[in-house]
Design a protein around this ligand. Sequence first.
Ligand code: SF4
Length: 436
Amino acid sequence: MPAASRRGVRHQPAQTAPCRGHPLRQTRSALRSHRHHQHDRQLAPAPRTALMTHDLDRLPIPDYGDYFAALERHGQATILGDEPVKLPVEFARGCWWGQKHHCTFCGLNALGMGYRSKSPGRAMSELSTLLSAYPTVHVEAVDNILDMSYLSSFCTELADRRWDIHVFFEVKANLTREQLAVLRRAGILTIQPGIESLSTHVLKLMRKGSTKLLNIRLLKWARYHGIRVAWNLLAGFPGETDEDYREQVELIPLLHHLFPPDGCSRLWLERFSPYFTDPSFPISDVRPRSSYRHIYPDSLDHSQIAYFFDYTAKGIGSDEAFGALSSAARRWRQRWAEHRPSLIYQRVPGRLVLVDTRAEQPRRAVLTGWQAEAYELCGDRPHSADRIRAGLESAGHRVTTAEVGALLDQCCRSGVMVSEDGHYLSLAIPENPGWW
Ligand code: SF4
């Protein structure tokens, strides 16, 4: 068993400790009866609290020798089919975002959100050791979230080494074009940015710290840099409305040139998440997921062993609204699989040529002069019309904010730009490969 897995097993008693304070009546009474049961039969020692490891540089490098020996014995194709072996590597624990704003649905890090990462030097030597020892080029970072300081240390050094590796990392969704370029150069070819929704209202309910426009920007520049994005659309957050879903359904056809979500589902209630532990959320009737009955005997107290729970939530979107979102996501995946739609722009002196194959009928449009520059100024981050006017003015164009606003609104109506709260983001991706 890999060292990481062994460690996970050792930490189980500490991971279950927080549920002793669980506020939901049903689970609390189940826990009480479980403790009585333990006391009566003198079965188990009192739960102990495991110590949290703060200095990750002191951890041993995992030994995957047994795994690769077994793989060779049984034949890789028999075990994995066409899938490559992916080396799990741990660079950090905890979550620096969750430390400040715990996402309402997230049950990760039961031991505490406190973020700590390996030093860049240690991270590099561990990765080098593992890649030298085992016959694979695929690396799966098991971290909850990339250490942002790695962008100017570990990632840049990785890029300098020019290894032909394929690395996966979970990241925050607000990465910029330049930051994604750093990841791409480092061989980080797949990311999971926790996009979760294309509705700013729903993202706020999740405490995700992102917006519709930032999520779209991530998808856009990831496509440009050739980084695959693994993500899901989530629904079922108390406080959401059908309008939140109707807006996403309208938006999705404009995004068919970007990586589609892998799935669309209602949220799963996880132990340790704020939705599970905070009774102020309108979530009730919490009980272990019924599927546990197919795996574990009834003699076990499922409320003690469950991580996922069935529940009833108030104030969530209707089944119809959710169904429409699921269909839109499915259609997006279909279009992507069929012919990878594109929306690109070509840049020549004095004009931009937009070439759009998202719809059945390809379209072209041309923007000239200051209008071409205004479109491009909305490429890297969402800007207001006045901010764009200021940018144009410093480039020598005399236009009013109203004229700029009218152009950007027209771009939105044409489906080559999106806006929110007076901020605009262009959707087309430059054809030129020089935006690194
Ligand atoms: S969902 Fe991700 S970003 Fe949010 S708290 Fe959990 S690990 Fe952190």
